[in-house]
Design a protein around this ligand. Sequence first.
Ligand code: TMP
Ligand code: ASP
Length: 231
Amino acid sequence: MEKGKLLYEGKAKKIYETDNPEQLIVHYKDDATAFDGKKKGKIKSKGKYNLEISNIFFMLLEDNDVKTHLIRQISETDLLVKKVNIIPIEVVLRNVAAGSLADRLGLEEGTELNRPILEYYYKSDELGDPLINRYHISERGLSTEGQLKLLDILGFKINNILKDYLEERDIKLIDFKLEFGVDSNDNILLADEISPDTCRFWDMKTDKKLDKDRFRRDLGGVVEAYQEILK
Ligand code: TMP
Ligand code: ASP
């Protein structure tokens, strides 16, 4: 499968057309950004690790009847996916207080939540991905009510599957972000990626951070953390 025209370049990935109008190639870059692109860097081999890690999660989810955009891997850093229109809502699931939730609610980072929290953010680089609720979504027509209900169900379901899978491997799933798209038959598919760029993973025993917070907070050992998650 040959790469066609570059359709879009994001902070961590490039999207190419293919000769099939229903399929795209996603190229994973080593570029890393944080704080809405204000902090920039490169993490050696991140593209390769994230693609592999994300594929493992997407295949696990497919096995549990979650439909995803995944078709097949075509090189170390290139993935063939079904073309979707991305719903401009980032769905964040949280099991433990960290990052912006800890700040917003005045909770100490690491506080176990009574039950998982689901949040929506408006996927807009221009606006800096603000936190939104269902009234904002309806006002801007970002999704239909029916789609939003499905995103909620899928969000909690995916959280349960990933949390259990990771717990068996001694990793705590603190929080993560999902993106969904709509295909040409109006199916909602999980899209984008699930990787240390888009999740917080802590070692179950030591609480060591094994995700992009090592880059965001200059903690060192970034590549090693991504390798550990892949292992
Ligand atoms: P936050 O605590 O900064 O709101 O992040 C919550 C989770 O969402 C965390 O696992 C990182 C992920 N995330 C992204 O993948 N992309 C983003 O742009 C943001 C802000 C968070
Ligand atoms: N906000 C995202 C993060 O910190 C990425 C970025 O802002 O460039 O994960």
